[in-house]
Every structure is written in structure tokens, then in C-alpha cells.
Write a protein that binds this ligand. Structure first.
Ligand code: MN
Length: 319
């Protein structure tokens, strides 16, 4: 874990794929995954093998055919789903099982000690099971921003204790505000005793147009993985846009003091490919990758914000 490095977890093919009426065929998903590897993302979430959209074949193909980034598969915190993810990832050189804890009606009700204890137990069992299959286990309590904070802290601590290397806070319904979300991340860092043994991740949705702002507030508060999608595609109003996060971090590295491993010259080709193969149009005034973005030819501004040696110094304008 490098505190100066922001891990880019791309979920274009999983969360992004969920917004499509017709999921792309496996060959197209493989092409997108290869482009994401060229782009330099750290992790590709390839799909949800036990899910309803039949991702298993695509996850297997990407696990076998794409090297470089880690390959993640989603699974609910249930034995059969974890096993399905592990099997689909069998050929990946760096497999990651991403476990989410499904919503249970009782989980938000305070004072229900039994229900809370059951969720902690389910978390422990699921993470321990996944850790027997793979080195990299990520744990996400579903709808974290609306979950009781004490319970959330307890679940994260239990997951880390069982070997989760990443714990992820999801603003599943996209209802958080940046200051609030940054505050939550800062408090969790303070409250979860073993948080230093894991990478703290965030997953933001764009229902209020704040997915990128929320993600960046979390980064400022100490999160070191962001889950995002190319062009911000995803359920409803979408996920945090990868290109916007990466460019904010690159342009303002004097403020964040961290880097990503993304090759920013590949942002536009990745955007175009995802748009074409998923049939999702990019609005023309979309930041970074829209047709009108950088039209003023200032391009990536070589200005007072940039430090010498910044990753974007001297980079040619996006074409
Ligand atoms: Mn999501």
C-alpha cells in the first residue's frame, strides 16, 4: 500500500454494464478490458459471475486474456456466489473477489443486536471463505452511506480482521454531499482500529451530479482507491467518471499529493471505444472527453497549479 498512490478500480464492465439494455458480447467486453489495461487502471471489475446478467463467461475470458491489472469479480456475501467468482477468476494472474453485503431490512435498525451480530458473522464467514481462494479480497457493505455508522465501522473491522485488503464505502443511491462524505471517510479512518491494514475505497453514484466531487472529497480525507467508470456510465445517473477523477488528480497534484497509474493520453481512445461498444453516447460538453472539452486549446492547463515534474507536464493536447 503506497499512501501516495491512488488505486483506480474500473467498474465500467460491471456497474457500467448494468445500465445497458443489451450487455455487449464477450468479445466486445474483452476488447474494452484490453483497452483498460492499456489505459493503466489498477483493477478491472469484469463482472458478476453469479448475477442475473450472465457475466460468467465474460469474466472467465477477461481473467484468461488480460494481463496487467488485477481482475475482480463481484459476489454477494454468500458461499455459492463467492465460489462462482473464484471459479470464474481461476485463470487471472491477480484475481480479486469483491464481496458485497446485501441489504437486509434489519441492518439499519439500531438496537437490534441479534441482526447486527448476524451481519458481522456473515461478513467474517464470507471474507474468510474468499481469502481461502484469492489473496486480494475486497469488502463492500451495500448502501454504506445510509448504514448506521457504528455498524459500518464494526463490519469493516471484521472484514479486515478476516483478511480483506480493501474495504469499500458505497454511496449506492448517490445521495451524499462532498463535505459529508469526506467527513464519514475521515471518521472511519479514526474509528476502525485496523483500518491501516487495508486500502479504504469509495464507490459513488451521480444522482446529484456529485459522484466525482464526493470521490475527490474522500481522497482528500484519506481514501486510496476510487471505483469509477469510463464516461461515468452506470446505473441511473451513472458512476463517478474515471477520466474526471484521473485528470483532477493529475492537474491538481499539488493539492492531492498523489498520483494514479493511468496514462492520460489513453483517456480519449478508451472513452471512444466504450461509447462505441456499449452504445452509450458521450454528451458534447462532457468534461475531459466530450467533443467540446479542451476546445479552447489551453488543453491541459500548463498554469500556476502545476508543479514541475507533474505527470501532465508537457503532455500534448488530447486529440
Ligand atoms: Mn454501484
Amino acid at each position: 500500500m503506497d499512501p501516495n498512490r491512488l488505486v483506480i478500480f474500473d467498474t465500467t464492465l460491471r456497474d457500467g454494464g448494468h445500465c445497458l439494455d443489451t450487455p455487449p458480447p464477450t468479445a466486445d467486453r474483452l476488447a474494452i478490458a484490453r483497452e483498460l489495461a492499456l489505459l493503466g487502471v489498477d483493477v478491472i471489475e469484469a463482472g458478476y459471475p453469479a448475477g442475473p446478467s450472465g457475466d460468467r463467461e465474460a469474466v472467465e475470458a477477461i481473467a484468461a486474456g488480460v494481463s496487467g491489472p488485477g481482475i475482480a469479480a463481484l459476489a454477494a456475501a454468500r458461499p455459492a456466489e463467492i465460489e462462482a467468482a473464484a471459479q470464474a477468476l481461476e485463470k487471472a494472474s491477480r484475481p480479486r473477489i469483491h464481496i458485497y453485503l446485501p441489504t437486509g431490512g434489519a441492518r439499519r435498525e439500531q438496537g437490534q443486536q441479534e441482526a447486527r451480530a448476524a451481519l458481522v458473522r456473515q461478513t467474517r464467514e464470507a471474507v474468510a471463505q474468499a481469502a481461502r481462494w484469492v489473496d486480494e479480497v475486497e469488502f463492500s457493505p451495500f448502501d454504506a452511506t445510509r448504514t448506521d455508522e457504528g455498524l459500518l465501522a464494526e463490519l469493516l473491522a471484521a472484514a479486515i480482521d478476516e483478511g480483506a485488503k480493501t474495504v469499500n464505502i458505497s454511496d449506492t443511491l448517490g445521495c451524499c454531499l462532498p463535505e459529508e462524505f469526506g467527513g464519514l471517510i475521515a471518521r472511519l479512518r479514526a474509528e476502525v482500529g485496523n483500518i491501516g491494514q487495508a486500502t479504504l475505497s469509495v464507490h459513488c453514484h451521480n444522482d446529484l451530479g456529485l459522484a466525482v466531487a464526493n470521490s475527490l472529497a474522500a481522497v482528500k480525507a484519506g481514501a486510496r482507491q476510487v471505483e469509477c467508470t469510463v464516461n461515468g456510465i452506470g446505473e441511473r445517473a451513472g458512476n463517478a467518471a474515471l477520466e474526471e477523477i484521473v485528470m483532477a488528480i493529475a492537474t491538481r497534484n499539488n493539492y492531492y499529493g498523489i498520483d494514479t497509474g493511468v496514462d492520460i493520453t489513453r483517456l480519449l481512445p478508451a472513452s471512444r471505444l466504450v461509447s462505441r461498444l456499449t452504445g452509450t453516447r458521450v454528451q458534447e460538453n462532457k468534461a475531459i472527453v466530450g467533443d467540446n472539452a479542451y476546445r479552447h486549446r489551453l488543453q491541459i492547463p500548463a498554469n500556476r497549479f502545476q508543479k514541475k515534474g507533474s505527470p501532465i507536464e508537457g503532455v500534448k493536447p488530447l486529440q
